[in-house]
Design a protein around this ligand. Sequence first.
Ligand code: ATP
Ligand code: MG
Length: 186
Amino acid sequence: MIIAVSGTPGVGKTTVSKLLAERLGYEYVDLKELAISAGIAEPIGEELEIDVERLPEVAESMLRKKRVIVDGHLSHLIPADIVIVLRADPRILGERLRNRGYSPSKVADNVEAELIDLILVEAIERNERVLEVDTTGKNPEKVVEEITRLLREGVTKRVGVVDWTEHYDEIVEYLHIGRHGQNEGG
Ligand SMILES: Nc1ncnc2c1ncn2[C@@H]1O[C@H](COP(=O)(O)OP(=O)(O)OP(=O)(O)O)[C@@H](O)[C@H]1O
Ligand SMILES: [Mg+2]
């Protein structure tokens, strides 16, 4: 049983995955570390470039028959039995990533990805079984409780739980477009 936990960087994947693994008695797997140990990851500057072409087969051969929680923003690309896509209000995500010291450009890339449901869409394209979970205003314990309840109830698909475009006016300051506006004095 492979449970993938994906979502935009900073959304809370590692926090939730470790707790979920503990609750379910599953092994926790960091997908980045798996890729490194399989020799399909290459450091490019400060980033780690993972060969996403080879990732699905490599992950499957390494994880097959195990009971694992796979943590990573590429985990929805592997053949998982179910994919959990964590969501967070882009305004919270933007603040979190700023506090991490990410450049405005990197914050913008990630806030934009969250705004347009990028990972959710990619997950749905590849997997029939996707559970979308909004973490906004919930502590990690509560998020894990929600996931374990859905799994217990046998829910295999639940998507469309958030729409961040409702808050677009407050999100735009984190985006490339908002920053350009500021540079131009608008
Ligand atoms: N449900 C939550 N409520 C409040 N804060 C949270 C929650 N989940 C995680 N956080 C906090 O948000 C930050 C990012 O969490 P975490 O490292 O788990 O995210 P991530 O998705 O694994 O990030 P990355 O993609 O960079 O690995 C941490 O400081 C964590 O304590
Ligand atoms: Mg993480």
